[in-house]
Design a protein around this ligand. Structure first.
Ligand SMILES: [Zn+2]
Ligand SMILES: [Zn+2]
Length: 351
């Protein structure tokens, strides 16, 4: 979060987390655990989780999404959005009319693609906007987390709406009216309606935002560039995505710190200039790269932790499914089954 602790921003960030928690509770408690409850262990997919197989899958899918969304929100809020290195001298060889200094940051050099954020009180490289929902600027270093937060929230919200629709449908079509006599039925119904509205609003807002963000990334723009009708150099979609999400596409969907090469000497162009640059070449603008670029490759340890967690969790999950719901895999080939056959030696019959 930014240094100037803005009360409104903190309140909105907390509200975002509370809204996520509310949606998560309603979907789990009133939909998944209500309609897919299964007490017989033989019919469960995961031992100890009293749900039908479909219910277990819905539970894992929805809760994975919420967890990823929360982690991405946390990281977007606490990550440095991309503060510009402080220097009074602009790099040599720059065209004089392109050299700018920020009069709000003690007249430090301001790269062309940096913007000063009033709320944060600093210049942020490739600033997109100051987001009150995460109480932080969205810039070059936390755009990945922000996009992940929006994407996972959008999918989770859409799933919540789907589950609520299933619930309403079940309520209307079920012949037994016993649930209407239960304590707190009216409250449950009101909470579900609220969660349903929340889901629709979140899904609509987040998918819309995601589409806008994608369109901006496609043409190497940020929201602020769009306001000023300026563009970054024209690159392929893959290159543009790499510049936002990191070099390794395998980690684009996981909230780890992206490996970015940031070039503070990047230029901005008007649409006219871009059209003139038919045979666009990168020019020799990156000559001073060593001095005015930064590489953020701090995520190796993080990746190792994620890998261990992923392998560990998957192995545990597989183990549980295999051993506690044996009939699930009956007649099917599994690697674990093969391993068992190879390692189980039949005991000699007792005479
Ligand atoms: Zn500034
Ligand atoms: Zn800001």
């Amino acid at each position: 979060m930014c240094k100037t602790y803005d009360c409104m921003g903190i309140a909105l960030a907390v509200v975002t987390v509370l809204l996520l928690a509310f949606g998560n509770f309603c979907c789990n408690y009133f939909c998944i655990f209500y309609w897919y409850f299964e007490s017989n262990p033989d019919n469960q997919l995961l031992y100890g989780l009293p749900l039908t197989k479909l219910g277990t899958l819905a539970f894992l899918f929805f809760n994975y999404l919420c967890l990823l969304s929360l982690i991405a929100h946390w990281r977007a809020a606490w990550c440095d959005p991309g503060s510009v290195p402080k220097t009074k001298e602009a790099p040599g060889g720059m065209e004089p009319d392109r050299v700018k200094f920020c009069n709000k940051c003690e007249l430090n050099w301001k790269p062309e693609r940096a913007h000063h954020c009033k709320e944060c009180g600093k210049c942020v490289y490739k600033m997109d906007h100051h987001c009150p929902w995460v109480n932080n600027c969205v810039g070059v270093k936390n755009l990945k987390f922000f996009l992940q937060f929006v994407m996972y929230t959008a999918i989770a919200a859409a799933f919540l709406v789907l589950m609520m629709l299933v619930s309403f449908f079940q309520l209307m079509t079920s012949k037994s009216k016993s649930h209407t006599q239960k304590d707190g039925y009216v409250w449950a119904f009101i909470l579900c309606i609220l969660a349903f509205i929340e889901g629709i609003l979140f899904a609509f807002f987040c998918f819309e935002l995601l589409q806008e963000q994608f369109e901006a990334i496609e043409v190497n723009q940020t929201y602020i560039d769009d306001m000023k009708e300026l563009f970054g150099r024209p690159l392929s979609l893959t290159d543009n995505l790499t510049m936002c999400l990191g070099h390794d596409w395998k980690w684009w969907l996981i909230p780890t710190t992206p490996c970015l090469s940031v070039n503070y000497l990047e230029k901005m162009y008007t649409l006219k200039q871009i059209k003139k640059l038919k045979d666009f070449e990168e020019e020799d603008y990156d000559a001073d790269r060593k001095l005015f670029a930064a590489e953020f490759v701090k995520s190796r340890r993080e990746k190792r932790i994620v890998k261990i967690l992923f392998v560990g969790f998957t192995a545990l999950w597989f183990f549980l499914i295999r051993y506690y719901s044996q009939e699930y895999f009956e007649g099917k080939f599994t690697l674990l089954g093969l391993w068992e056959q190879m390692t189980t030696f039949s005991k000699p019959p007792i005479a």
